[in-house]
Design a protein around this ligand. Structure first.
Ligand code: HDE
Length: 735
């Protein structure tokens, strides 16, 4: 990955970056110490606890319907819910800034993509697709990546996903794919997952879905964090430059932290242990000032190149391979502010693919054309006709037109006129020179008919390209994913046909999955695998340019008698590197270091061993201390923590007697080597140092491969995310 650090960005034009925050502030209320509860209409209330009733002697009788305060409170509560999104119901959002560091004026005149002095406020909402609003974050699913740019020329929305292709080619099929993926109609099972008959039945019957279901079975569908996934506009849009020349474009967001995923066992457990895992992860990073960043890139094709490829560039089930059309990174997205209130901001935010600004346009991509209708329509039923007036959706530039009235209209439009043209010549439409959106004068002629053009009918080549481009580890994960999903299908016709479909991609894949899930094994490939690979498909290509551990959560396990030298050194080093050390004690009241019992000399842990699980951390550290380790050795939970983290391929660090605890937990001394003296040893992502001297534990000097010191080695192991060798060598089977 090149070019991750943008060149210095010019100072923001005053007011631009804050434009949205200032606007939102006008709508905010924050009670003070002197505020008192009132009704919605301003009358102060003296009780919000007791309904007005008839008192008889010292008994209280019936409640009175007369009580306006009680009725108002109940009425408001009864109507708190709005319909959840029909897809992407579960999500979370944050505010941020878009900076442009290279003008794209050769291809567009949109100031948001040409004016490098701008800082455009944004709101981003990440989501899963299938689950309902209360479902878990870590399910296997595509993730939504929707960005609203509050530009000076109006709102521009990129309503993207973390996977660059889609299941279907024509918007008219959307209700079918979603019905098939959502819980089945007869029993409303399963929640938030594709592991059921209807989904696999549908995608098998629609060979155009083949490429996308390969992505959905890859690690992309179980991201470690919203901060560690790519975003793609998926559809093909167009850009228009000053000279009126049009190009095709695809939008990309690539995370500074690299693209990383959970392992499946961990994702499954997290869905129960911490269903809000991704939501909390995003908020924690922003609260800690470790702002997630993405490079913003464009893939651009000249109009004349439209037919130069063996795929149709308007087909949303195809990528534009980066070897053929390089991504040009021109800007940066940063998330730097959590929402003030979830409902009014994250829930009420409404994205529309049809929201573009001058200089950006649509293409004839049939999926996009349908989406342009659907998003506006869905907001009407979710939020009502005046949804554009809600603070989160309001543009920061002036809005003036003759759209009027409707339920819950807020704007009070003064004047005698509500139409154009009018005798006062008031509020005329804008000219091109004044910045009006002028549609590209595309010449269209043809026969009205339904159907697809020839290249849309080829459905396997890029599925093979994707599979071939994955690393061995990623392929293994995909095999396991298919095996899991199809195991949940209990109608043989579904899994047997799907296994047969896999033989259209790769015979080995089909046979391995077939063996796992049952049914007849395909003996020959449906079509030969072309063997080609492409750049930008394996997520392992997207590691941070410089190894880093910022925002990584490291659990430090301690008990009474822990070694304060190692503990303090690790805590300090992690904090300095902006990682998140979290202390896990045998209890959540003060834990005392070796040789200390005086109150105030120890540490109050963030959690105790029963309160959080190893799944919530990226790595574990166990400092020594003979007494502490003796106690932890007796704890099944502590040993399980280490075994589980190891099974999930996470780095584990240990010093002094802590090394003994790791050895006891892992019980594989001949496979995983540990330190025996004052030299730090790293083996399969387990970093150990037996004889601790304060000199060994000063600070993290460098996070790089081949580092020698204990802290440096451990930090490097964390920066690599997971130890894949453990899995490749079959050491991880302990969870
Ligand atoms: Fe959506 N999609 N979609 N979709 N989509 C919605 O709009 C739809 C598609 C995506 O955080 C809905 O506001 C159709 C592709 C995201 O609020 C709805 C088609 C991609 C979000 C809708 C697609 C997406 C939505 C439901 C096929 C990736 C959440 C609520 C033509 C590029 C936005 C809403 C948020 C939401 C329709 C296909 C991404 C019903 C008809 C392809 C990220 O309008």
């Amino acid at each position: 990955m090149s070019n991750i650090i943008p060149p210095s960005v010019k100072q923001a034009v005053m007011g631009q970056k804050e434009a949205k925050a200032d606007q939102l502030a006008q709508h905010m209320v924050e009670p003070t110490k002197d505020s008192r509860i009132t009704s919605d209409f301003g009358t102060k209330q003296n009780s919000t606890d007791d309904w007005l009733r008839i008192a008889r002697d010292d008994q209280l009788g019936p409640s009175l319907l007369e009580d306006p305060f009680a009725r108002e409170k109940i009425h408001r509560f009864d109507h708190e819910r709005i319909p959840e999104r029909v897809v992407h119901a579960r999500g979370t959002g944050a505010f941020g800034t878009f900076r442009l560091y290279e003008s794209a004026e050769d291809v567009t005149f949109a100031p948001v993509l040409t004016d490098t002095s701008r800082e455009t406020p944004i709101f981003v909402r990440f989501s899963t697709v299938l689950g309902s609003r209360g479902s878990a974050d870590t399910v296997r699913d595509v993730r939504g990546f929707a960005v609203k740019f509050y530009t000076q020329e109006g709102n521009w929305d990129i309503v993207g996903n973390n996977i660059p292709v889609f299941f279907i080619q024509d918007a008219m099929k959307f209700p079918d794919i979603i019905h098939a993926g959502k819980p089945e109609p007869h029993n409303e099972v399963p929640q938030a997952q594709t592991a059921h008959n209807n989904f696999w039945d549908f995608v098998q019957m629609h060979s155009e879905a083949t490429h996308m279901f390969m992505w959905a079975m890859s690690d992309r569908a179980i991201p470690r964090s919203y901060r560690m996934m790519q975003g793609f506009g998926v559809n093909t849009f167009t850009l228009i430059n000053k000279a009126g020349k049009r190009s095709f474009v695809k939008f990309h967001f690539t995370p500074e932290l690299g693209v990383h995923s959970l392992v499946w066992d961990e994702a499954l457990k997290l869905a129960g242990q911490d269903p809000d895992f991704h939501r909390k992860d995003l908020m924690e990073a922003i609260d800690n000032g470790v702002y997630p960043k993405w490079k913003f890139g464009i893939q651009v094709l000249d109009e004349s190149q439209e037919h130069d490829f063996d795929f149709d560039i308007l087909d949303a089930t195809k990528v534009w391979p980066e070897d053929l059309v390089p991504v040009r990174y021109i800007g940066e997205l940063e998330l730097n502010k959590n929402v003030d209130e979830f409902f009014t901001q994250t829930e009420q935010v409404a994205f529309c693919t049809s929201h573009v600004v001058p200089g950006i346009g649509f293409s004839d991509d049939p999926l996009l054309q349908g989406r342009n209708f659907s998003y506006f329509d869905t907001q009407l039923s979710r939020l009502g006709v005046n949804w554009q007036e809600l603070p989160i959706n309001k543009p920061v530039c002036p809005v003036m037109n003759f759209n009027r009235d409707g339920a819950m209209r807020h704007t009070i439009s003064k004047g005698k006129i509500n139409y154009w043209p009018n005798r006062f010549e008031a509020q005329p439409p804008a000219t091109h020179a004044e910045g009006a959106y002028v549609d590209y004068p595309a010449k269209i002629e043809g026969i009205k008919q339904r159907g697809k053009s020839a290249k849309f009918k080829e459905h396997y080549s890029q599925a093979q390209l994707f599979f071939n481009s994955l690393s061995e580890v990623e392929k293994n994960h995909m095999l396991a994913a298919f095996s899991f999903e199809l195991d949940h299908c209990d109608e043989p016709v579904v899994y047997e046909r799907l296994v047969k479909r896999l033989a259209d991609i790769d015979l080995g894949l089909a046979q391995t999955v077939g063996k796992m899930v049952g049914g007849a094994l395909p003996q020959q490939a449906g079509r030969p695998n072309h063997g080609k690979k492409a750049k930008g498909l394996s997520q392992l290509e997207f590691m941070p340019e410089k190894p880093m551990i910022a925002s990584r959560r490291v659990g430090i396990i301690i008990s009474d008698g822990y070694d304060p030298v190692a503990y303090n050194a690790m805590y300090g080093a992690l904090t300095a590197a902006k990682a998140v050390p979290l202390v896990i004690g045998t209890r959540r009241s003060e834990i005392f270091p070796d040789g200390e019992t005086a109150v105030g000399k120890g540490v109050i842990p963030d959690h105790h061993l029963e309160g959080q699980r190893s799944t919530m951390f990226d790595a574990l550290f166990i400092p020594g201390g003979a007494k502490a380790v003796a106690e932890l050795s007796k704890s099944g939970r502590a040993l399980h923590y280490i075994r589980e983290a190891f099974g999930h391929l996470k780095p584990i660090g240990a010093t002094g007697e802590g090394v003994l605890l790791v050895e006891k937990a892992l019980q594989m001394p001949d496979r995983v080597a540990t330190s025996s003296d004052s030299e730090a040893v790293e083996s399969y992502g387990v970093v150990t140092l037996k004889n601790v001297h304060p000199e060994h534990l000063k600070e993290i000097v460098t996070v790089a491969k081949g580092a020698t010191g204990f802290l440096d080695k451990f930090a490097y192991a964390i920066s690599t995310h997971r130890c894949w060798d453990r899995e490749l060598d079959g050491l991880n089977s302990m969870v």
